[in-house]
Design a protein around this ligand. Structure first.
Ligand SMILES: *Cc1c(COP(=O)(O)O)cnc(C)c1O
Ligand SMILES: [Zn+2]
Length: 374
């Protein structure tokens, strides 16, 4: 039976309850769901992530909210003589892979009859949720710290979302949105399990684009793990459906300036320690307290993978190199590329490696300008 299941107290709930965390204990919810993959049907459909619709937890096709997203190109890029296949996930409607999560989550919100959602992100998740709400005709409220630079808010504002500037720290913003979420559906990219069942389409697409085979290695960013956990769910579902007998090893990348998960991995902890967060170019993955930290650590360990940390100089070099090759990505996306560069230097194996460009450089013009001449 499909259900929302609490990771803390194991209580389960109907998929049609408009909840985003356990009403009983406040724990993080996961989704228990049996996907169906019909290769002939899938291949006969247009190249969007909805070609896997029987593997997505939406009851009715009529509720799909879409810009025709997904099935992004998987391009070979040479890193020091090693071919790495890079998913071009900066090419979504709002400029980042967050559209994978927003497409399913906002479709589900529509199915639930939700009229208004709240979310807290000044970055790419806020943009994605705002755009899909605009497409669905759902009212959208985005909570951000008052100190957020105006450039980042323009996109969210122009989609017609209501911005709530919260005085104080990031934690004060989190408190404000939790208060609002008592009354209104919380379309959270870190809490809401439907978001992760959208990002899992990354795995399905890679699998199909490789000729219905799993790669050996995935190199992915780890902040809240919205792509990493999605990819892990996707490959687990493909394996459970009998389509592959192995799942890829996950190499998770964090910036040195904010690496609670890499620290926990190294120390053998099951959950991330409290850390002091420093400024980094990769601000989009600088998450000091990831809601699903324990899950991310478990996913990486179970895959036989590891964590890599990358410094500011390495991120900047990776950014410059990517742009010079024609891939205009944002600085946060370059952290993962820096991880790829580090990984291929250290490995001697001949393996099929897949990574990703997570966000478009046009979103970060202020930052890109500042890097000129630095
Ligand atoms: C969201 C995002 C990531 C990954 O962040 P998580 O916190 O792990 O979900 C990486 N790059 C970009 C550009 C992003 O927007
Ligand atoms: Zn619970």
């Amino acid at each position: 039976m499909d259900a929302l299941v609490c990771t803390k107290c194991s209580k389960s709930y109907n998929l049609n309850e408009p909840i985003w965390r356990c009403p009983s204990c406040g724990g993080v919810l996961d989704l228990e769901f049996t996907p169906v993959f019909d290769r002939r049907k899938i291949q006969s459909r247009p190249p969007s992530l909805w070609r896997y619709r029987e593997a997505l937890p939406l009851a009715s096709e009529a509720n799909i909210v879409s810009f025709g997203e997904g099935f992004t190109p998987l391009l070979g890029v040479d890193f020091g003589g090693v071919q790495v296949l890079v998913k071009q996930d900066h090419l979504f409607q709002t400029g980042s892979y967050k559209d994978r999560g927003a497409a399913l989550l906002i479709s589900k919100a529509k199915e639930l009859g939700v009229r208004t959602v709240v979310e807290d992100s000044s970055g790419n998740a806020g943009c994605a949720i705002a755009a899909y709400c605009a497409r669905a005709g759902i009212a959208c409220h985005i909570y951000v710290p008052e100190s957020t630079s105006s450039g980042k808010l323009a996109q969210i504002h122009h989609y017609g979302a209501t911005l709530h500037l919260v005085p104080g720290s990031r934690e004060d913003t989190a408190a404000a949105v939790l208060k609002a979420a008592e009354e209104v559906y919380y379309a959270s990219h870190s809490w809401n399990p439907f978001f992760f069942h959208g990002t899992k389409t990354f795995a399905f697409e890679v699998f199909e684009q490789l000729g219905w085979r799993a790669p050996d290695t995935l190199i992915l960013p780890a902040g809240n793990g919205t792509l990493l956990l999605g990819a892990a769910i996707g490959f687990k579902e493909l394996a459970e459906a009998g389509l592959t007998d192995r799942v890829p090893k996950i190499i998770a990348v964090q910036a040195v300036g904010c690496a609670p998960l890499a620290t926990a991995f190294r120390e053998g902890f099951s959950s991330p320690p409290v850390i002091q967060r420093e400024d980094t170019l990769a601000e989009g993955i600088a998450i000091a307290e990831p809601v699903r930290g324990t899950q991310i650590l478990r996913a990486v360990r179970n895959s036989g993978g590891a964590f890599l940390t990358v410094g500011e100089k390495e991120i900047e070099e990776a950014l410059m190199e990517s742009c010079r090759r024609g891939f205009y990505i944002e600085p946060t996306a370059a952290a993962t590329v820096a991880g790829v560069r580090k990984y291929v230097q250290a490995t001697a194996d001949r393996e099929v490696i897949v990574s990703v460009f997570t966000g478009h450089g046009l979103k970060s013009t202020e930052k890109m300008l500042r890097l000129i001449g630095s």
